[in-house]
Design a protein around this ligand. Structure first.
Ligand code: SME
Length: 171
């Protein structure tokens, strides 16, 4: 199934996210391959917002995160839990917004032009399955609206996809 995405970029971030949630609800299906579902979510996010320079997943295996489906520049493939913004969000099981990546101790540089970042964990029954990571080349690009909707997207993933299949993507 191919979704047609029509985004009016003159609308507020909140309005854009509201329509994206509907699209993502349609994309996320336990019947589709997990890799395909996650890939399309990154495409939707990257296409919807000019402020996003990189959108992707890091998926957990044991005590590490590995690069999953993404849109944007080439990225580091491996992040230990507790390291960088992604590993910190995963180990704390909470969303982290970084207004200025240079001010975040231990930030892992993938794209030297990235200036701000938001990372939301995918959590189910207390277990972390991975994170959604958005980068921007603008400072302070992400706020509580991004947090609210990125967490909603993470919840949809945690509730609707087969988490055993997600765990087994990284081999
Ligand atoms: N900056 C992230 C690494 C991933 S890239 O941004 C794609 C971090 O510090 O975890």
């Amino acid at each position: 199934m191919a979704e047609q995405l029509s985004i009016d970029k003159s609308r507020s971030d909140e309005e854009i996210y509201k329509s994206l949630i509907q699209v993502i609800e349609g994309i996320v299906s336990a019947d589709e391959p997990v890799i395909s579902v996650l890939s399309n979510i990154t495409a939707v996010l990257k296409e919807a917002f000019n402020k996003i320079s990189w959108a992707g997943f890091y998926l957990r295996k044991d005590n590490s995160l590995y690069l999953g489906p993404f849109q944007g520049k080439i990225a580091c493939t491996f992040i230990p839990l507790g390291k960088g913004v992604c590993g910190t969000a995963a180990s704390k099981k909470e969303t982290i917004i970084v207004d200025d990546v240079n001010a975040f101790e231990g930030h892992i540089v993938c794209d030297s032009e990235a200036k701000s970042e938001i990372v939301a964990p995918i959590v189910s029954n207390g277990d972390v399955y991975g994170v959604i990571d958005l980068d921007s080349t603008s400072l302070s690009a992400f706020n509580s609206t991004d947090r609210e909707y990125l967490e909603a997207i993470a919840r949809i993933i945690a509730q609707k996809i087969d988490l055993e299949k997600l765990k087994n993507i990284i081999i």
